[in-house]
Design a protein around this ligand. Structure first.
Ligand code: DCP
Length: 231
């Protein structure tokens, strides 16, 4: 972005903030979605819905995330089914109906990036993929999954690998670079190249290869547009 000065870091007044709107924050594993979302915690009228990774790690005592990485062919459909439900809840639930809602990921990246990656890499049996697709088709037709803005934190797969190593989530230790490269391409295909049809909302692309302080500055300089530009 152009070197615009950071906006004042005060809470935006309710009147200035778009309410009842939904922003989804997308990007590869390790791209920095959590950092981005944490920045907006300072605004009272922004509701942040992070991915419930801890729930996925404890489904009736089973670590579904770990199972999926250890044996994708057996468990990826069950895992993506769980993620789909989490995302649907996030699209629909709002504890505070008059706030601006920010979601970490969405039902769209589940379908266009993760499910697609599993299919292309033959890590999901085709009957499982077809069943999941049926769920998504139905959701598309019958549920309210509208979004108003997509923030795409675009980081190179190499950056993502470094960040994943740093945070050291045990389930992800065996994730190869190729997996991140494929997810990167699928995010680009969806959000930059229009390969998944009409996008559900405009896309704001941020260069997430930048290191944390620099990225924070960009987030700060865009925050006013993000929060106020949707009315
Ligand atoms: N995941 C998946 N399928 C999905 C969504 C997520 O397999 N539909 C997996 C990928 C990661 C974990 O769940 O191993 C969490 O993924 P995210 O990239 O969404 O979240 P991060 O915490 O990695 O994001 P960031 O590092 O950008 O904050």
């Amino acid at each position: 972005p152009s070197p615009t000065p950071s906006p004042p870091r005060t809470e935006l007044s309710r009147s200035k903030t778009s309410t009842g709107k939904t922003i989804i924050v997308e990007g590869n594993i390790g791209a920095g979605k959590s950092t981005f979302l944490n920045y907006f915690r300072r605004y009272k009228n922004v509701e942040i819905l992070k991915e419930p990774v801890d729930e996925w790690k404890n489904v009736a005592g089973y670590n579904a995330l770990d199972l999926m990485y250890k044996d994708a062919l057996r468990w990826s459909a069950a895992f993506e089914c769980m993620v789909t439900l989490s995302m649907l809840k996030h699209h629909q639930n709002s504890k505070k109906p008059h706030t601006l809602k920010m979601l970490e990921r969405s039902i769209y990246s589940t379908r266009y990036c993760f499910m697609e990656n599993l299919r292309e890499s033959q890590l999901i049996p085709s009957v499982d993929y077809s069943i999941l697709k049926e769920y998504h088709k139905w959701i598309d037709l019958h549920e309210d999954i509208h979004v108003d803005l997509i923030v795409y934190l675009r980081a190179s797969p190499d950056t993502c690998v470094q960040r994943m190593k740093k945070r050291n989530r045990s389930e992800e230790t065996g994730v190869p670079l190729e997996y991140l490269q494929a997810l990167h391409r699928l995010h680009d295909d969806w959000l930059l190249h229009g390969k998944r049809g009409k996008l559900p909302a405009p896309v704001l692309v941020l260069d997430a290869d930048k290191d944390l302080p620099e990225l924070q500055e960009d987030i700060a300089s865009y925050s006013h547009d993000i929060l106020g530009g949707l009315t």
